[in-house]
Design a protein around this ligand. Structure first.
Ligand code: A2P
Length: 338
């Protein structure tokens, strides 16, 4: 089997460390691994397959000889270094939002549009979608293929790990401060996140939506290859460490029953049906955390319209919402294109 030299850019971050674990767990054919971060991580080492690997400070020469570079180092860093990596001959799989809507960069969820990977030939870059979009399209694609979804109304309940390690620490510290009656400090979020819900993810735009909400519209259309799908989103940060939950309402062109949706999703790749209300079984963030399936349950008919369905969709935002999806893209590249 062919083996590849892989670089992980942002290797010390919340997603980067999970990317390294995913490469190990999924036995990606790694010949050599290069772990890249900023000056702040100089001197650190990280474990890969029981070997301590020194972290290198990313610079213009970091990508010589690299076949695949998986990035999770922020948008600005990616804008600067992805073209450098591509010029050096690497194919970049980028987790930031920097390249997602570039028409010459494919946006890929392997369960939905694996063939789009071929588009890497244009710029040498493939974009990994936003975490809340990934889990939604994994669950909705089989329904879209069967009866065409006209409109999606989604509200999200997103974990703090999506903001990075500092946000995980902030929630932890605030919970401790609360129970110990110590004054609460907030740095990462504009308000206290412990025991609170913030209807604010990423920055606000002129139209009153946040960037995160507009990502759910634009990225869903690009991944589905269907610009006529309507999406309206309200994205909310909640005091959960790992696992995004979503309440999703869809209106379909053709009628589909709850039973048919259950059958479709029971056989859909990457989906696990958890839907037995009589036994109190429904998807939970705590159950989604640490594994790769997108959990779907609470499937009900929307009785207020002729062709409507409600679902509750939960996945680990750091795994399927970021690291796992990126490594799956690398797998498609390795198997079919490199
Ligand atoms: P470092 O840990 O050295 O700062 P998170 O999303 O958890 O905040 O992680 C961001 C990741 O991106 C970290 O690995 C961080 O490295 C890395 N990173 C941020 N800025 C740069 C940069 N300019 N060059 C290389 N890596 C960067």
């Amino acid at each position: 089997m062919k083996r590849f030299t892989v670089a992980v850019a942002g290797a010390t971050g919340a997603v980067g460390t999970q990317m390294i674990k995913c490469l190990e767990e999924r036995r990606f054919p790694v010949k050599d691994i290069r772990l890249l971060a900023s000056e702040r991580s100089r001197g650190r080492t990280l474990n890969f397959e029981h070997v301590q690997i020194p972290v290198q400070v990313m610079d213009e020469n970091s990508f010589d000889g690299v076949d695949i570079a998986i990035f999770s180092a922020g948008g600005g860093t990616s804008l600067k270094f992805s073209p450098i990596a591509a010029k050096a001959g690497a194919v970049v799989v980028d987790n930031s939002s920097a390249w997602r809507m570039d028409p010459e960069v494919p946006l890929v969820v392997p369960e939905v549009n694996p063939d789009a990977v071929a588009g890497y030939k244009q710029k040498g870059i493939i974009a990994n979608p936003n975490c809340s979009t990934i889990q939604m399209v994994v669950a909705l694609w089989p329904i879209h293929k069967a009866v065409r979804i006209k409109r999606i109304v989604v509200s999200t309940y997103q974990a703090v790990s999506g903001t990075g390690k500092k946000a995980v620490d902030e929630l932890d510290e605030q919970v401790r401060a609360m129970v110990n009656h110590i004054p609460i400090k907030n740095k990462v979020y504009p308000y206290q996140i412990a025991f609170n819900c913030l209807p604010h993810i990423d920055s606000f735009l002129e139209n009153g939506y946040t960037k995160e909400e507009m990502k759910m519209l634009n990225e869903t259309r690009k991944i589905f290859g269907d610009n006529s799908v309507g999406v309206t989103a309200t994205t909310v940060r909640v005091p959960v460490f790992y696992g995004h939950s979503e309440s999703v309402n869809i209106e379909t062109e053709k009628k589909i029953s709850v039973k048919e949706v259950r059958e479709l999703l029971a056989n859909a790749p990457g989906v696990k049906l958890v839907d037995d209300p009589s036994a109190n079984r429904y998807p939970l963030a705590l159950d989604a955390a640490g594994q790769d399936d997108t959990l779907v349950g609470r499937i009900r008919e929307d009785e207020s319209i002729p062709n409507g369905i409600n679902l509750w969709i939960v996945a680990d935002n750091i795994r399927k919402g970021a690291a796992t999806n990126a490594v799956q893209i690398a797998e498609v590249l390795a198997e079919k294109y490199l």
